[in-house]
Design a protein around this ligand. Structure first.
Ligand code: ADP
Length: 870
């Protein structure tokens, strides 16, 4: 057992010595610039110590491998190894190793340019070494700390560290340490501007390093001495030192240091005026730094630097790469989006063009088809209409002639059906006119009350026949308004006709009409309702389509063609109105139509026009139409007299003579025709133009009116402008007559009898009477009116209306003109002539004669005024 233990101990010791020798070889390689070999040795030592469970050597191997890798620029792996090694160092026996590792970490930081962190690790190293190895063992570490403080420009701290080294040196004459001490003391003094002290210490260092054969340190010391001499402009001295540096550098072989040296040397030569040597040095510098640069590319520092940054950089690079990727992804997405947008745009535009083309084409085709359809429709309707009227006429004639009851019954059936067909054709015609935009609304003045009363009376009959309750209501209907009677009738008749047609017996139908004022006009609302079958929601829009009929009505055989509501819709639209439907199957239907109508002109209180303006007598029993006409004509400056019937009109005519009479035909007590006959039969009023306004639009009524002496027969409803135009026209005719009479009477050279002959029997009779009583000085206006059988005021107005002369003016003018004629004919002297023309004194005759002709009667005949032969 003991032998086994001895054997095992021997084996372990063997292993330990193998590992140790590997470590020793590795250290040697590292110290002699062969880090790669050092790493290999360290690696082998690492594997073996791991197997052997020798943690102390394992930590050493790790530290060594780290140091090698660091030298090779693999900084991160190096630092990892340092810290892994630190973790293995747990016992106090490992403190030395810990201090060593701290030193390596400090160096790594320093080499990486982090003197602060480097200083911290060096401090840690120093603290451990001082305890483990004693205060005199830390000279090199204090030197390192002094270098760190100097790098941090903490010169006092650097000096105190160097002083601590000096203290060690007093007890321990370590030449190498002294060499470092002198070098660093010189460097510290150099940066703090104490050149002489610096030179002194560098010179001491040179001696030490020269003695020790450390060319690298000798190079540094001589180079710094040369640099100080250069700063002091002692160029020859500087060059001498630089040459010593060159010799040292060549021995330890740092191309980088030599290149730097040649560059500095060239400056010194140039400053000393030795341009040739300066050029040579520069040439050497250039060629060396070139090769160095190439070498430098792979150099330790660069690699180290690069590696040191790797960790941080990797993250940064990764982030940047991620950002870049994200950015390029974004750019790509943007590009894709833009491309997609362009593609969509192109597609939309293309589709738009196609759609536009298709719609235009379809629209054009549809328009052409519609036009052809409408044309065909209109043609067919016209073709039907003519033969229809040829049936209607003979049926009427036969109805009048046939007395046989059964034949009359047959004829009545024929007449009813012809009428139905006629209505239908007329509706179709209206639709075709609306389609061709040829349907124009003719607004005229009408009484809405009368309109609805008349229609309601017809619907009441139809409802009674079908046993349907008919309820009609007209609320606040404005009375007179401007509307297209025909169009409104078609609208209401179609709606009410449908309501009656589709509501079964026992049901109810109603018409409600009302107006409300809206701005200048009126809104007429008509509601036509029924308790009929109703219309389902989905069909409520369709029933307004042309030829649409609900299937159940089509099937039940209810008569119809499906164009009534289409016409209603078109007419309502033409009148700028609206139509709405509310309906529930089984409960009934309500159609509501709203139309904008022009209100009749607001009633005006002013019935008197200008003084001397024409007087118009209005005879009308409808208060609304009276109000409207009165306002219409008063607005145009006429004086208006109003009578609500023929009796009142006759009373007015007995005292006043209007210039024009406008009369209704159908009036209580005395109708328009009787009034017209009276007007024409009375000498005072016979000349007055009469306009008949009548709802009777039949030809016989017109013929009767005109043959009884009415100037105009205007059927109601009429257009206000038409009435105003006719009034103006009639008054202008009278005006023209007056002008003609006046002009004719003043035409010199004509016989007086011709010049004053009347345009009408009354004026003629008037002249004849004056002529007859020419020598009668008593012939006054009153006497003449008496002789004419007319009251004085009427005579006065009538003569003025017909001749433009007042009666007294007319009598005097005829007397004087006749006197002149006598004088010219020399049928008497002035005195005789004066008496024969009704003047009672010659002087008054002469005065009047001179005033009228502008010269006295004595000059008559001597003046060159020829009198044409009679
Ligand atoms: P017509 O009555 O000649 O068929 P219209 O254009 O007037 O044509 O009406 C179209 C369709 O609407 C009718 O066929 C009918 O089915 C339906 N309709 C119209 N008015 C009513 C109503 N008051 N009640 C129920 N259905 C109606």
């Amino acid at each position: 057992m003991a032998a086994v233990l001895i054997c095992a101990a021997q084996a372990a010791a063997q292993k330990a010595s193998v590992i140790q020798s590997l470590l020793d070889r590795g250290r040697y390689c590292l110290n002699n610039g062969k880090p790669d070999s050092g790493v290999i040795y360290a690696d082998e030592a690492l594997t073996l110590s791991l197997k052997a469970g020798d943690t102390q050597r394992l930590a050493k191997a790790m530290t060594m491998k780290g140091k090698g890798l660091f030298a090779l620029g693999k900084n991160k792996e190096a630092v990892d190894l340092y810290f892994n090694a630190l973790r293995l160092c747990k016992s106090p026996a490992d403190d030395k190793q810990i201090a060593f590792i701290y030193g390596e970490i400090g160096y790594a930081y320093y080499a990486k340019g982090h003197p602060q962190e480097a200083r911290e690790y060096y401090e840690k190293e120093v603290n451990i070494r001082r305890v483990v190895n004693g205060r005199d063992s830390i000279g090199n570490q204090l030197i390192n700390l002094a270098i760190m403080y100097q790098s941090l420009q903490q010169y006092d701290s650097a000096e105190s560290k160097l002083k601590a080294v000096a203290d060690i040196l007093t007890r321990n004459n370590d030449r190498q340490l002294r060499g470092y001490y002198c070098n660093n003391w010189g460097a510290l003094k150099q940066v703090t501007g104490q050149r002489d002290t610096a030179k002194r210490y560098y010179t001491l260092a040179c001696d030490i390093w020269g003695g020790l054969g450390n060319h690298a340190q000798l190079f540094k010391a001589t180079f710094n001495l040369g640099y100080i001499a250069f700063e002091e402009k002692k160029y020859a001295e500087a060059i001498r030192y630089y040459h010593q540096s060159e010799a040292a550098a060549k021995k330890y072989g740092s191309g980088k240091d030599i290149a730097h040296l040649y560059g500095t040397m060239a400056e010194a030569y140039a400053a000393a005026g030795d341009h040739k040597s300066a050029y040579e040095s520069l040439y050497k510098y250039a060629s060396l730094s070139d090769s160095f640069n190439r070498e430098d590319f792979n150099s330790y520092v660069v690699k180290l630097d690069k590696q040191f940054q790797t960790d941080k950089n990797r993250e940064t690079i990764q982030q940047q790469q991620m950002q870049l990727t994200a950015a390029s992804l974004e750019v790509q997405q943007q590009k894709s989006r833009a491309l997609l947008f362009v593609l969509i745009l192109v597609a939309v535009v293309f589709a738009g063009i196609l759609l536009f083309g298709y719609l235009t084409f379809r629209g054009r085709v549809r328009k052409q088809v519609d036009e052809a359809k409408n044309k065909f429709f209109a043609n067919v309707v016209h073709e039907i209409r003519t033969p229809l009227s040829m049936i209607q006429g003979p049926v009427k004639v036969l109805q009048d002639k046939v007395t046989d009851e059964s034949m009359r019954f047959q004829l009545d059936i024929a007449e009813r059906n012809v009428k139905r067909l006629n209505d239908l054709v007329n509706q179709m015609l209206d639709i075709s006119k609306i389609d061709a935009a040829k349907f124009t609304l003719t607004e005229s003045l009408g009484n809405l009350d009368h309109f609805f009363n008349e229609l309601n009376a017809q619907f009441a009959v139809l409802c009674r026949e079908k046993n349907i309750v008919f309820i009609h209501q007209s609320e606040n209907v404005a009375g007179v308004a401007l509307f297209d009677n025909d169009a409104l009738e078609k609208i209401v008749s179609n709606l009410a006709g449908n309501a009656i047609k589709y509501t079964p017996a026992g049901g109810s139908v109603g018409i409600e009409a009302g107006t409300s004022s809206a701005g200048d006009g009126l809104v007429l609302t008509v509601r036509v309702w029924d308790t009929g079958p109703g219309i389902p929601k989905e069909e409520q829009a369709q029933i307004f389509e042309r030829f649409y009929r609900r299937k159940e009505h089509e099937a039940s055989g209810t008569k119809g063609m499906g164009i009534g509501l289409a016409l209603v819709k078109d007419l309502v639209a033409l009148m700028n109105g609206t139509i709405e439907i509310e309906s529930e199957p089984g409960k009934g239907t309500v159609f509501t139509v709203k139309m904008q109508l022009k209100a009749a002109a607001a009633p005006s209180n002013a019935i008197a026009g200008d003084e001397g303006a024409s007087i118009i007598l209005l005879v009308e029993d409808d208060a609304d139409i009276m109000r409207f006409n009165r306002a219409l004509l008063a607005e145009r400056g006429y004086n208006i007299l109003c009578a609500t019937n023929g009796v009142a009109a006759s009373e007015i005519l007995s005292t006043q003579l209007p210039d024009l009479v406008i009369t209704d035909l159908m009036m209580p007590e005395k109708d328009g025709m009787t009034l017209l006959k009276e007007i024409r039969g009375n000498v005072a009023t016979a000349h007055i133009p009469v306009i008949i306004l009548s709802a009777k639009a039949s030809a016989p009524a017109k013929i009767e009116g005109v043959s009884e002496g009415a100037q105009v027969y205007l059927p109601k409803p009429f257009q206000p402008e038409e009435l105003a135009g006719l009034v103006k026209n009639q008054l202008q005719v009278l005006e023209k007559q007056r002008e003609y009479y006046r002009e004719r009477s003043q035409a010199q050279g004509q016989p007086v009898a011709e010049r004053f002959a009347g345009n009408d029997p009354f004026t003629q009779k008037c002249y004849d009477t004056i002529q007859e009583h020419l020598d009668d000085a008593q012939l006054s206006v009153e006497r003449l009116a008496e002789l004419m059988n007319i009251n004085r005021s009427h005579f006065q107005r009538k003569i003025k209306t017909l001749t433009g002369y007042s009666p007294s003016e007319l009598i005097k003018t005829i007397r004087l003109e006749k006197a002149r004629e006598l004088l010219l004919k020399k049928e008497g002297n002035i005195t005789e002539t004066a008496y024969s023309t009704g003047f009672t004194s010659q002087s008054y005759f002469t005065k009047c004669y001179t005033e009228h002709f502008g010269y006295p009667p004595s000059q008559e005949g001597t003046r060159a005024v020829p009198l044409t032969a009679q």
